[in-house]
Design a protein around this ligand. Structure first.
Ligand code: GDP
Ligand code: IMO
Ligand code: MG
Length: 438
C-alpha cells in the first residue's frame, strides 16, 4: 500500500504530525519536493521536534527514510538536522538515504533568494522563507544545478567555485548589500560571496554526506516488489503549488500529489491512496491572496489557540475561517481519498463558526478556484454559519464522543470537500488523534 500525503491549504496543516501517525503502517517514508522551507512538527513521547528535510517518519525505529530527487536539499541544513536528531538519540545513518538525483540548495542560492526578494518592490514581494528554494529550482530547470551525485565527483569543488563567481555577477546586478545577505555560514564582503570560504564549506559537507547518497529508484522499487508500504510526504500545500497555487505567491515546486511520482521515481500506477491534510480553519504565511483572512478578535483567537507562528521562521501566520472552495479544489487536484482534519480543538471556544462555501468575484458567485491571484484577491467569501460547541474536544478518545455540534461541523466540512474522513486530530501530540479509516 503506497500513500501520498499532501497539504490541502497553504502549508502548515499538520503534515508532520499525520506522517508520524501513519508511519506505524509504513516501511519507507519519502520526501518528494520542497526543501528546508518546510517545518514539520512532531510531538511524541513528550518531545517536540521540527523536521525540515528528513522525513517525519525518522522518529520510528526500523523505518527507512528517503530524500527523493524532487527535493532541493541544503547539505548544511541536513547535516545540522542529522546532528540534532543524534543529540536526542535518533541515528539517521543507515536509515536515511538521499537520491543521487536530488538537487542541492547552496549558500549562493540562499544569497540570491534574499537579494531577489530585497530587490522586489512592495506589492511584488513573495515573502519567501529565504531558504534558497526558488533559485535552486530555477538552476535545476536551467540545467545548471548541482545534484547530490555531483558531490561525489572529483570536479565538484571546481563547479562550486564557478557557480559562486557566476552568482557574484548577478548579486552585483541586483545591488545586493551585506545586510541583505546575513546567512549563517556565508562569508560576504561588499555584496560579494567569498569563493574560497564557500569551497571549504562544501569540501567538509561532501565528507559528511557521502555515506547517505545512493540511487534510490532501485531501493524504492525493490521495496515495492517485496510488498513494503511506502508513504510519500509532501511539504508546503496545494495552494502553494507552482502550477495550481496562487501564482506568483507560491513556492517553486509541486507539492500536489502528481509531484510525488516526479519527485520519487515511483510511477502513478504505484499510488494506492492519497491523504489530504487540512486544518479546521485556514492559515497562510507570507504574501498573497487569502479570501477568508480575519483581522479581528476571531482571527487573533485562532492565532493564539493554534500557536500560529512559523515552525522554522517564527513568522506570525495569517488566520481565517475554513475555506471549502480551497478544500474542494485540493480534493480534485490531488485525488484525495481521505482527509486528515487537524486542529479541531482550536475551534472549541467559538459560539459561531463560519465556513466559506463559495466566492463572489466581480458580482458572480463561483465554487471554482480562480486562476489568477488578482481575481482571488477580489473574492468575497460567501459564508455559511454554524453553532460552535463551546467545550473541550482535546480529551476525546472516540469519534462518537464528540459534542454533537462539533460532529456536525466536521461532517459539513467533509461533505463540502468531497472525500471521506480518515483521521481527526484534536491536539498536537501523537496520542491526540482519532483514527477513523486509516
Ligand atoms: P506542517 O508543516 O504541515 O507539518 O505543520 P507545522 O508543524 O508547521 O504546523 C502545525 C502546528 O500545529 C504544529 O505546531 C503542530 O504541533 C500543531 N498541531 C498539529 N495538529 C494539531 C491539532 O490537532 N491540534 C493542535 N492544537 N495543534 C496541532
Ligand atoms: P510546510 O511544509 C507554509 C511559503 C512562504 C512563501 C512562499 C514561497 O511547513 O507546510 P519559498 O521559501 O518556498 O520560496 O516561499 O511559500 N512557504 C510555506 N508556508 N508552510 C511551508 O512549508 C512553506 N514553505 C514555503 O511563506 O509565502
Ligand atoms: Mg510547517
Amino acid at each position: 500500500m503506497n500513500t501520498v500525503l499532501v497539504g490541502a491549504q497553504w502549508g502548515d496543516e499538520g503534515k508532520g504530525k499525520i506522517i508520524d501517525v501513519l508511519t506505524d503502517k509504513s516501511d519507507y517514508i519519502v520526501r518528494y519536493q520542497g526543501g528546508s522551507n518546510a517545518g514539520h512538527t512532531v510531538i511524541a513521547e513528550g518531545k517536540k521536534r521540527v523536521l525540515r528535510l528528513v522525513p517525519s517518519g525518522i522518529l520510528h525505529d526500523g523505518k527507512t527514510c528517503v530524500i527523493g530527487n524532487g527535493v532541493v536539499m541544503n547539505p548544511l541544513d541536513l547535516i545540522e538536522e542529522i546532528e540534532t536528531l543524534r543529540s536526542t538519540g535518533i541515528e539517521a545513518k543507515g536509515r536515511l538515504w538521499i537520491s543521487t538525483r536530488t538537487q542541492m540548495v547552496m549558500l549562493y542560492h540562499r544569497a540570491l533568494d534574499k537579494a531577489e526578494e530585497a530587490a522586489r518592490p512592495e506589492g511584488k514581494k513573495i515573502g519567501t522563507t529565504g531558504r534558497g528554494i526558488g533559485p535552486a529550482y530555477a538552476a535545476k530547470v536551467n540545467r545548471s544545478g548541482l545534484r547530490c551525485g555531483d558531490m561525489l565527483a572529483e570536479n565538484f569543488l571546481d563547479k562550486v567555485r564557478e557557480q559562486v563567481e557566476e552568482t557574484n555577477i548577478r548579486l552585483k546586478e541586483l545591488g545586493a548589500k551585506d545586510s541583505d545577505l546575513a546567512i549563517p555560514g556565508l562569508v560576504v564582503e561588499n555584496g560579494q560571496i567569498d569563493a574560497a570560504a564557500t569551497v571549504a564549506t562544501y569540501a567538509a559537507a561532501k565528507e559528511r554526506l557521502s555515506p547517505y547518497i545512493r540511487d534510490t529508484v532501485p531501493l524504492l522499487h525493490s521495496a515495492k516488489a517485496s510488498g513494503k508500504s511506502i508513504l510519500l510526504e509532501g511539504a508546503q500545500g496545494t495552494m502553494l503549488d507552482i502550477d495550481f497555487g496562487t501564482y506568483p505567491f507560491v513556492t517553486s515546486s509541486n507539492p500536489t500529489a502528481g509531484g510525488a511520482c516526479i519527485g520519487s521515481g515511483l510511477s502513478p500506477r504505484d499510488i494506492d491512496c492519497v491523504v489530504g491534510v487540512v486544518k479546521a480553519y485556514t492559515t497562510r504565511v507570507g504574501e498573497g491572496p487569502f479570501p477568508t483572512e480575519l483581522f479581528d478578535a476571531d482571527g487573533r483567537t485562532l492565532a493564539e489557540r493554534g500557536h500560529e507562528f512559523g515552525a522554522v521562521t517564527g513568522r506570525p501566520r495569517r488566520c481565517g475561517w475554513f475555506d471549502a472552495v480551497v478544500a474542494r479544489y485540493a480534493q480534485q487536484i490531488n485525488g484525495i481519498d481521505y482527509w486528515a482534519l487537524t486542529k479541531l480543538d482550536v475551534m472549541d471556544v467559538f459560539p459561531k463558526i463560519k465556513i466559506c462555501v463559495a466566492y463572489e468575484i466581480d458580482g458572480q458567485t463561483t465554487r471554482d478556484m480562480p486562476c489568477s491571484a488578482d481575481a482571488l484577491a477580489r473574492a468575497k467569501p460567501v459564508y455559511e454559519e454554524m453553532d460552535g460547541w463551546m467545550c473541550e474536544t482535546s480529551n476525546i478518545t472516540r469519534i462518537e464522543d464528540l459534542p454533537p455540534k462539533a460532529k456536525a461541523y466536521v461532517e459539513r466540512l467533509v461533505e463540502l470537500s468531497g472525500a471521506k474522513l480518515g483521521i481527526l486530530s484534536i491536539g498536537p501530540a501523537r496520542e491526540s488523534t482519532l483514527r477513523i479509516a486509516l
